[in-house]
Design a protein around this ligand. Sequence first.
Ligand code: AHM
Ligand code: MG
Length: 338
Amino acid sequence: MKTQKAVSLTQFISKQQAPHPDTTGDLTRLFQDILLAAKIVNRDVRKAGLVDILGTHGTTNIQGEEVKKLDVMANDEFIAALSLGGDCCAILSEENDDIIRVANSNKSTSKYIVAIDPLDGSSNIDVNASIGTIFSIFSRLSPTGSEVTLEDCLQKGRNQIAAGYIIYGSSTMLVYTTGQGVNGFTLDSSIGEFCLSHPNIKIPKDGSIYSINEGNSCDFPQGVNDYISFCKESDDATSRPYSARYIGSLIADFHRNLLKGGIFIYPATTKSPNGKLRLMYECNPMAFIVEQAGGKASTGLNNIMDIIPEQLHQRVPLFIGSENMVNKAEEIYSAKPI
Ligand code: AHM
Ligand code: MG
């Protein structure tokens, strides 16, 4: 019987980067920093419920030590790993108001900026549903060695060098792209390595799942409700009605739809006119991944990755998933976008 050799993420990414003439190994090292933090967060997530890490941030445990919420712990772990690794010059985090400039970035030669949502879907922690980390990597525009500027950080999604997510689910997976397709790696905790398990992921062009928090439909634009009605109509030719699937954890909803085909929508609402999800920490990285897998991401009107951010924590509506489904949703939504 033939046995297949495991390919680790570090081996895979250094091989993928190798043919590039200007390869320095910096991106591979940056990924190693991310992997280290991901393994620590994975360990902490797996212990949730066993140790007192589900408490509210600001409380103290029996030893009088401060109890950190898991999302605060994850933020600290990623910032520590990225800062100590020194392979990026700045970190943008959904949990921090401002740019975190990395003082010791490899003798001022580091050009990468990492935007991160350290633990997305954290309202699901207490109920043992899947959560995840999302990251996005840019190159700074200003010369290395100078102070990183806001302009360096506010780049459109098209400029991403790499993007990925880690899903802490029934297994822990890392899915990423550097613009050469999408590959998925599953953590083998017995050896502490992410091993290639889902090579060259492609999202089906059509799907039969729609994912949206329909409980908010009284606040949705008419065009979104019209699309939901379309999803519920009976039509054998297009496999409708579609199935509704919504966990309320973007990575878990996205990951399922990426593998099976489907559409995820977080639209503008009357209460949140720009939607809920953040352009730089959630929408851009997922848009890069879905496009590399053959899918599409849009605000319902424009491509997500063409938006030039005006603020670090800017929110945008998100329609993402199978290309034909997103096209249809855009067609229906754009007829009545308010
Ligand atoms: P968070 O960054 O505060 O965790 O919020 C983002 C999460 C996403 O994972 C998910 O898609 C969305 O919020 C769900 O929101 P809602 O509960 O409004 O449906
Ligand atoms: Mg989030």
